[in-house]
Design a protein around this ligand. Structure first.
Ligand SMILES: *[C@@H]1O[C@H](CO)[C@@H](O)[C@H](O)[C@H]1NC(C)=O
Ligand SMILES: *[C@@H]1O[C@H](CO)[C@@H](O)[C@H](O)[C@H]1NC(C)=O
Ligand SMILES: *[C@@H]1O[C@H](CO)[C@@H](O)[C@H](O)[C@H]1NC(C)=O
Ligand SMILES: *[C@@H]1O[C@H](CO)[C@@H](O)[C@H](O)[C@H]1NC(C)=O
Length: 395
């Protein structure tokens, strides 16, 4: 009898603790306040603790950062985690304004080696980059100090970034590297035109990345593709101010991987330096090709260089143009491109004299400069013209 009671109690206690674990795992919400994260305070430690518990949770977990203002230093969180994690941020989180306070981190918020991560909410991640832009000399100094990016999304699979805003990053807003199936939807990037090197989303060595319904205003490329980018879709995106939507620059370094499959559709560029562009360095140590680049239904509003292929990209004379680029560009289409150019040349295709571009199509290009039809200049390429498109003059 006594034994039975003890056993019953033991079983009851066991079930109770199992039940409470179970409830916690089921509800799976980890609010930052549970870990000591309060508005107007620093939430660095609270975020790291919340991630640790969420990542160990066997049921889908959610970390919440409610509305309010918070400060946070660099965080570096890694998977693998036991179940999907959503980080829902509705507050405004600020990074240290002084670049020296970032502890040498390459990214302020670094999330890596995980899958099924969702970053969502109406929150703003404010990199407070104004001081950093002033000391940035990376355009002229090869050994410049590496400034901290807002986000590093590295080696993530099947993940989503929804609605949040990246503001005033010190360097790139988002670096996507080594990811598979990552979608940005309703994402926003907000930085002034004069903020240096603040690419909106830079993608490298990644497959199946989608950028949808996103608004990017920044001081450098809105979206840029580095080597090894494959099957990338950019759709319903507004870009401006900024330097446009770019492939490259490629061919500066050895051992680059091919870039293939870029689908840019229904995008509007406003007051940007460039529209859609592919750029490679001359004298390239790498030969990996660029293929299947398709730009369609694009509106240009006062874009200085709306459509460009530049295989002699060499800013600040950091290279020699004597040897042509060895990167072959093929299967490229520009279709239904309309609006206003800020310069007389709406289309400039400067392909490599070593490996001319192949399979380039210009279809229904309707660009004007000061009311007159913008012209096209081409070298080392014979584009197929369909619909109304300007014939190429020699470049
Ligand atoms: C992501 O997917 C790749 C390819 O399927 C796999 O090798 C890798 O382990 C996955 N990464 C994670 C963090 O699950
Ligand atoms: C891509 O990721 C999303 C979000 O996790 C998921 O719903 C979808 O099934 C994934 N697609 C593939 C092909 O795995
Ligand atoms: C094109 O993109 C805009 C947002 O920039 C969106 O409002 C519109 O619905 C899109 N059109 C189509 C046909 O997807
Ligand atoms: C055209 O864009 C440039 C920036 O590239 C800007 O300075 C200028 O004010 C714009 N012009 C108009 C008419 O909006």
């Amino acid at each position: 009898m006594k034994l039975l009671i003890i056993r019953t109690i033991a079983v009851a206690l066991f079930s109770l603790s199992f039940l409470s674990d179970f409830t916690r795992a089921q509800s799976g919400t980890f609010d930052i306040s549970t870990f000591g994260g309060k508005p107007n305070g620093d939430i660095t430690q609270a975020f790291l603790s919340a991630w640790k518990e969420a990542c160990a949770s066997t049921a889908a977990a959610k970390i919440t950062i409610p509305s309010g203002r918070y400060s946070m230093n660099a965080v570096d969180v890694k998977g693998p985690c036991k179940a999907p994690i959503e980080i829902q941020v509705d507050g405004t989180i600020q990074a240290p304004a002084n670049p020296d306070d970032m502890k040498g981190a390459e990214q302020w918020i670094k999330i890596s080696y995980a899958e099924s991560i969702t970053l969502s909410g109406q929150g703003i991640f404010d990199g407070q980059g104004a001081n950093a832009w002033k000391i940035n000399d990376c355009d002229s100094n090869k050994n410049c100090k590496m400034l901290c990016m807002n986000f590093g999304l590295l080696f993530l699979n099947n993940s989503i970034v929804r609605d949040i805003t990246s503001k005033d990053s010190k360097n790139f807003h988002v670096l996507v590297l080594g990811c598979n199936n990552l979608t940005f939807d309703g994402f926003k990037v907000d930085a002034p035109e004069e903020s240096l090197n603040t690419d909106g989303i830079h993608i490298g060595r990644s497959t199946e990345i989608k950028i949808l319904n996103t608004v990017i205003g920044t001081g450098d490329d809105c979206v840029s593709l580095g080597d090894g980018s494959k099957q990338i879709t950019v759709q319903n995106v507004k870009c401006g101010p900024g330097h446009g939507i770019s492939v490259g620059s490629l061919g500066r370094y050895p051992n680059e991987e091919p870039v293939e499959g870029f689908y840019v559709k229904n995008c509007t560029l406003t007051d940007t330096q460039n529209g859609v562009r592919i750029k490679t360095w001359p004298n390239s140590p790498s030969t990996s090709p660029i293929s299947d680049m398709h730009f369609e239904d694009i509106t240009m509003n006062n874009v200085s260089n709306p459509v460009i292929i530049d295989q002699e990209y060499c800013p600040w004379n950091q290279c020699s143009k004597q040897n042509p680029s060895k990167i072959q560009i093929s299967k490229v289409s520009f279709k239904n491109i309309k609006g206003t150019s800020g310069t007389p040349d709406g289309v400039v295709l400067t392909c490599s004299s070593g490996v001319p571009c192949e399979g380039v199509e210009l279809g229904n290009i309707d660009l004007t400069f000061n009311g007159a039809k913008a012209t096209a200049k081409c070298s080392n390429v014979k584009p197929t013209l369909t619909g109304t498109a300007p014939a190429c003059a020699a470049n």
